[in-house]
Design a protein around this ligand. Structure first.
Ligand code: FAD
Length: 524
């Protein structure tokens, strides 16, 4: 098949996906003078990244330095290694650690791609060299008007897309990141960005991927790649079969990525011999149950307690969300926890849950109540009955927690000890007593920000086969690659940071490489 392949067109680099990694890959390729085609299977550019905070965890980068940061690479390495351990190769970890700052230097040479600090504590506050101020930056805000017609092809944020909120005039986070890349790419004549174009297959000839098959509304296109393909197509969180096959906890109702993150490029990689790793892993979070049956990534609990089916607390409610998600998964696995679990809180906010960062803005409170997802009761005993937990246990749990709140410390779960726990409460422990009737509870499940298992790569983002050999011409980044962070989430900005870094490394590797395949005329 390979030798008789008729090509419809060719380019130097094909980029698959248009989140942080895809945009970085396309931008760097174009800036390095290469002809790049980016294909995106949905009708909008941006992927999960467009929903996100757009934060990047890049130690010692220029934006941090400008703000007076005194971190060192040695400290950052010690911290990261302590979090990730040996689950992923040291060389891969070092590639991530050592490339973030140079990538920011490279991008900031372009006036459109500018970054600022966004203090956000590291997620393992008691690991050596954790930083309470974090190692985290974000893209500079972008007036939506600056995008002009490109606004129509940028995936909207969650509030606009899923709640019908008006588009903000000032874009921030992932919206600003993707918007800025779209503007920068618009200036590059050698970059073509295509929507509604789905990668379905790679073409492998010998030890090399030489092109790919892309489905469009007009039919299949066979695109020959002179240098290679960068797979930055996100995870497979919306693929029910893959989740089941690889044992990913939770289900698609908790998946925060766009529905187009179906993992097809990972399967296409496997079909040409690629190895995969970490396939049961995701970036996890407690998920606020929504009236439409989904469970959404939620953080910033400045009050309330989670209780299990026994009416007992079962974790530090203010843990960084991935650590909380992993606790939930572990306790579900051995039967200690069943879903839903409940956030129990009092009436100090008039019945609204004490959540500062719902990510997906709340729906109409009446809709949650109509579905029994938010419940109210005049007494704790009534509340216990409504949510189906033992009343005496709930009363005792709340009384004990209130005692901890009065003392300002939580000996049971150490809530408030780490810097991240105190991020939403002005550096005070988030221990608010539950005293003011009526009492309330909100139902929770498990959510994921995306899966993080995928194509196994080396430190240049080159995809490896099951014997550990490089498959030339095939690269992976972000949630399409087996995550450099393994089973840990060391700090906010790791998912986007690693997607950008490995897409950058992939393209640099290809840019350094002489075009090894002679140009062939398109033989459509
Ligand atoms: C609310 C929220 C906030 C977050 N905040 C942060 C944060 O501040 N910092 C951080 O690091 N992480 C954050 N995350 C996680 C982060 O957004 C994602 O892990 C990350 O954006 C994934 O980037 P990616 O480049 O791998 O893929 P994505 O951004 O998911 O992009 C993948 C793209 O590939 C496309 N695609 C899929 N299959 C194909 C195919 N076959 N052909 C063509 N295209 C295809 C998809 O349609 C999609 O557009 C957040 C997540 C959420 C939900």
């Amino acid at each position: 098949m390979a030798t008789t392949m008729a090509w419809d067109e060719e380019c130097d680099i094909l980029v698959v996906g248009s989140g942080a990694g895809g945009m970085t890959g396309a931008y760097v390729a174009a800036r390095e003078g290469l002809h790049v085609i980016l294909v995106e299977n949905s009708d909008k550019f941006g992927g999960t990244t467009a929903y996100s905070g757009g934060g990047m965890w890049f130690p010692c980068n220029a934006a941090l330095r400008r703000a007076g940061d005194d971190d060192t690479m040695e400290d950052a390495r010690e911290y990261y290694r302590a979090c990730v351990g040996t689950r992923t190769p040291r060389a891969l970890q070092d590639a991530y650690l050592d490339t973030g700052a140079p990538l920011i230097d490279y991008l900031e040479q372009d006036p459109l791609l500018q970054f600022v600090i966004y203090p956000w504590p590291d997620y393992f506050g008691r690991m050596p060299k954790a930083r309470a101020g974090g190692r985290h930056i974000a893209p500079m805000l972008l007036p939506a008007a600056a995008l002009g017609p490109l606004k129509a092809v940028l995936r909207p944020g969650l509030g606009e897309e899923r709640r019908g909120q008006p588009a903000p005039e000032e874009l921030w986070g992932g919206q600003a990141l993707i918007g800025r890349f779209l503007l920068a790419l618009q200036e590059k004549a050698n970059a073509e960005l295509r929507l509604n174009s789905e990668l379905v297959e790679f073409v492998r000839e010998g030890d090399r991927v030489t092109g790919a098959v892309v489905h469009t509304a007009e039919g299949s296109r066979r695109i020959r790649t002179r240098r290679g393909v960068v797979v930055a197509a996100g995870g497979f969180e919306h693929n029910r079969d893959m989740r089941a096959r690889y044992g990913v906890p939770g289900n698609i109702s908790g998946a925060m990525g766009p529905p187009s993150n179906t993992g097809l490029p990972i399967l296409a990689g496997i079909a040409v011999g690629a190895d995969v790793d970490l396939m049961d892993q995701g970036w996890w979070s407690p998920g606020l149950m929504q009236p439409d049956g989904t469970a959404s990534f939620t953080l910033g609990f400045d009050g309330g307690i989670f209780v299990n089916q026994h009416g007992r607390r079962f974790l530090n409610e203010s843990l960084p969300y991935d650590r909380a998600g992993r606790e939930i998964i572990d306790q579900m696995a051995d039967g200690r926890l069943t879903l839903p679990f409940w956030l129990v809180y009092d009436d100090r906010d008039g019945g609204m849950p004490p959540i500062q960062f719902p990510n997906l803005p709340f729906a109409d409170p009446a809709d949650y109540r109509a579905k029994g997802l938010w419940v109210d009761a005049p007494t704790l005993a009534d509340l216990a009955e409504t949510i189906g937990v033992p009343g005496d246990a709930l009363a005792e749990t709340v009384a004990r927690f209130n005692g901890h709140a009065d003392q300002g410390e939580d000996p049971e779960f150490e809530r408030g000890v780490e810097a991240f726990d105190r991020l939403f409460t002005n550096d005070r422990p988030p221990l608010a007593p539950i005293v003011k009737a009526p009492f309330h509870a909100a139902a929770f499940g498990l959510s994921d920000l995306g899966t993080k298992g995928g194509l196994k790569t080396d430190e240049k983002a080159r995809v490896l086969d099951t014997e550990g050999r490089v498959i030339h011409g095939l690269y992976a980044a972000g949630n399409s690659m087996a995550a450099v962070s393994g089973t840990a989430y060391p700090g906010g900005g790791n998912p986007i940071g690693s997607s950008m870094v490995f897409a950058y490394l992939a393209v640099l590797d290809m840019a350094d490489m002489a075009a090894e395949i002679p140009a062939a005329s398109a033989a459509a």
